[in-house]
Design a protein around this ligand. Sequence first.
Ligand code: 1VU
Ligand code: OAA
Length: 374
Amino acid sequence: MVDKKLTGAGLRGQVAGETALCTVGKSGSGLTYYGYDIKELADKVSFEEVAYLLSRGELPNATQLAEFKARLKQQRGLPQALKDVLERIPADAHPMDVMRTGCSFLGNIEPEQDFSEADAKIERMLAAFPSILLYWYRFSHDGKRIETATDDDSIGAHFLHLLHDKAPSKLHTDVMNTSLILYAEHEFNASTFTARVCASTLSDIFSCVTGAIGSLRGPLHGGANEAAMELIENMQNADDAEQQLMGMLERKEKIMGFGHAIYREFDPRNDIIKEWSEKLSQEFGDSRLYDVSVRCEEVMWREKKLFPNADFFHASAYHYMGIPTKLFTPIFVMSRVSGWTAHVKEQRANNRIIRPSADYTGPAPRPVPALADR
Ligand SMILES: CCC(=O)SCCNC(=O)CCNC(=O)[C@H](O)C(C)(C)COP(=O)(O)OP(=O)(O)OC[C@H]1O[C@@H](n2cnc3c(N)ncnc32)[C@H](O)[C@@H]1OP(=O)(O)O
Ligand SMILES: O=C([O-])CC(=O)C(=O)O
């Protein structure tokens, strides 16, 4: 990978701290979690193993994994007070706002009172986030008060089960597992940095995650998977995709799901989710969305040397699994909470309050004029 040119804007290229969790864009291997290559993780382990790895620094053994999964399963239920709050959020609210409120409210009724409780609170968030999202979604959209305590083996299957009222197929369970692994961690990205800044004030873990959810929501970050779906769903076929993209590029519009702040030539997660998207398109029996996505990838590279980031092929993959577009970014939350909270722990372990300086661009010192003179 080619190193990105350093410029001041956006703190790009500036080292803002240390981490043992993850490398992004290093040559040889594009993305590693605690030294493990993302491709190998996506091939060989479950998201629960990755969440454990991020939180503890090592992959679990069989007993540790079984115990970890059992604890996650036990914590899928939601307290009545939280259900009451979720029932008051309107159907037209954005689900990312639901996640932000759900997380924040959980921090009111089950607060982190001491940093020694961090691991327990992390597990609670991992277990409860799909339940929070889908309790609200099913109540506000279908008028149903669902039971969120399912017996599914994984977080991905639990999510799909609550959404569709039936246990998912192996294919869909596998795709969700991979997707959650791909989204889990990414060094000092905007939402993680938000979490670390909050942690550096010695705030509680729910505040750190609530802030991170707000940062992830924007279309330049996690919100790009929804924006990518809105783009491709209006493309009739590959030729139409090319024509529309050429027009957008001519008008200097931004193409969501392309480009990256760190990667320069490709995002190592793209090939993985792209392959799953193709498999899903075959099962779905209509490859339009996959075909237009492939053409977008070709045109963007040819015209701008821009490549799809992890978000782009997630759009078609999620759509093929019957997931409504507005739930795409909240799935990112269900996954990235593992990375955010690992960074919170890391920040706390070697903390100094994060407080950079600014170059001043305002007026020179001047006297305050009287009200009548202004
Ligand atoms: C997977 C989770 C993630 O958060 S990945 C990012 C998801 N966001 C998106 O997909 C939104 C679209 N992409 C973008 O806005 C940018 O590529 C992001 C990701 C914000 C990175 O910004 P930044 O580091 O400033 O980009 P850059 O310095 O590499 O830009 C170089 C020139 O290329 C342009 N560019 C970049 N991306 C796009 C795009 N998607 N569509 C059209 N043009 C793009 C930039 O505007 C920049 O142009 P110029 O050199 O200023 O003329
Ligand atoms: O690293 C970044 O800037 C954006 C991000 O979170 C990711 O690509 O997963």
